[in-house]
Design a protein around this ligand. Sequence first.
Ligand code: ADP
Ligand code: MG
Ligand code: ZN
Length: 608
Amino acid sequence: MQTPHKFSIGYFLAALAALLALQVLLAPTPPRLSYLEFKRALQAGKIERVVISDELIHGWFKPEAVAAGQPRAFVTVRVPDPELVKELEARGVDFSGHYESPLLKTLLTWVIPALFVVGLWAFLYRRLTVGSGVMAFGKSRARIYAEKSTGVTFDDVAGQEEAKEELREIVEFLKNPKKFRLLGGRLPRGVLLVGPPGTGKTLLAKAVAGEANVPFFSISGTEFVELFVGVGAARVRDLFAQAQAKAPCIVFIDELDALGKARGIGGVAGGHDEREHTLNQLLVEMDGFDTSKGVIILAATNRPELLDPALLRPGRFDRQILVDRPDVRGREAILRVHAKHVKLAPDVDLKVLAQRTPGFVGADLANVVNEAALLAARKNKNQVEMADFEEAIDRIVAGLEKKNRVINPRERQIVAVHETGHALVAAFTPGADRVHKISIIPRGIGALGHTQQLPTEDRYLMTRQELLAKIDVLFGGRAAELLVFGEVSTGAQDDLRRATEIARAMVLEYGMGETLGPAAFPRVRPRFLPEPWGYTPDGTREYSEATARALDLETKKILDERMAHVLQLLRDKRPLLERIAALLLEKEVLEGEEFWRLVREATPAPAS
Ligand code: ADP
Ligand code: MG
Ligand code: ZN
């Protein structure tokens, strides 16, 4: 939308400043006298005329009293002086009072600020309405992003082979809708890409358009939230009208959950109704348009469980494609895609980097490459070296290093003992991941220290033993605190939460409890997507109160046993615990090798 005459707060401020400056310039202040100087001049009979106002006295010297070229006018600040009038009279000075028109004063103190406020309001209002297109009611092209060709291909998306495979069919269809129909192909209207943030959903949608070489219309669900009544629905209508005119093409609705939240979930007063209208319009449009024309609707969400079930019905987003976190090979492939744009030193091993980044999504890995390149540039290198990547990963793993943040010595001590506890338990627990690094450098928000373990491979299956090992390592922090300081801190919050989650999953999902036998118990949590297994759809529980209690007890038993075991383990290693903690306190970071050397010195044959 074009606004021919743009109103800007900048202009307004500039005009105001100019006005003030003009006022100052047009009224050059005469030389200032002190009151004493004024009185002396008066008594010396040098003054011809004065004008007395509330605060100032403006005066003019007699022509003969000033040297040639000197100004005759002067000004002085008025002080309480009851004798002044008498003296002026006595010296025959022409004097008068000054009446200041209240108009100017009012103008300055009331009208201008009021104008300013109104101006500011108008400015903000404009911005809001221009942004959301109220002005162009119903015909808003403002935020529908139309790209003729995205230029993204499947080669740009790495590590999502299954998702790409599923989307290939859609590409075929878009390339030649007629042929596809003749062959009797049936296609979904809507495809929903589901997966955690940063896994490449948006990228995939663009790649589909790019591969098929069709236009790409995109709009984000979050943008509807801020709209005024009626605009969201109008925009949806507009989007589909445009798309149908340009078919074959792709309509992409990013962050569908913001728009398609199940009715009744959340929603602030006001915004809620509007979202519902928009959602209804979307459903109407999806049902109404003719698929054979070749419009494919893609949507992305990372919160599928929030979606209104109506969106997932046949004929709407009835096909879901999982875009999951990449595994180690996927991560390597993603790193390779992004590393194409930087100059790598020969020592860079993307495979090792992929191993070091379990849990990273595509966006994180893109960030790693970018950060590493920046670090190398900062050090004036002409290649990005392995060390740069390592540092970039360190930074991204736990937020930027905040070396200058002072935590008090007592806290540092607790953190050192806590982290050493994790590391030692990991060292003496068969099946635990290998300790790679211990650090007490505070990073980012929340994490005071961390112990980094390196899984040797991505795991899809875990044994009971390995799950217990995970719980043990998580408990190591708190157990060490308890042993050394005799009290516990809040630092173990996240550890405890994760340990509990594991124990609960063991009992509920993996049938690893002792008394309940090999059975799985669905969690009680509303979920709308057909999960493979494990969640009941509507929040009802399918087992008895007694079973629920037994499950809780099983979970608690596992946790209690593990804590007791870990406490005993660390009690046996107490001297080593304290030695390593002290060293960690001193050096802030212990590399894996150094840690293992200390462990080996203390025990001839450590467990792993
Ligand atoms: P999502 O939409 O799932 O949140 P995006 O598609 O916006 O994630 O990804 C953000 C960025 O991360 C992309 O622009 C790309 O640079 C990078 N990225 C994410 N996933 C991948 C991937 N699988 N392959 C290559 N790059 C990726
Ligand atoms: Mg996205
Ligand atoms: Zn911890």
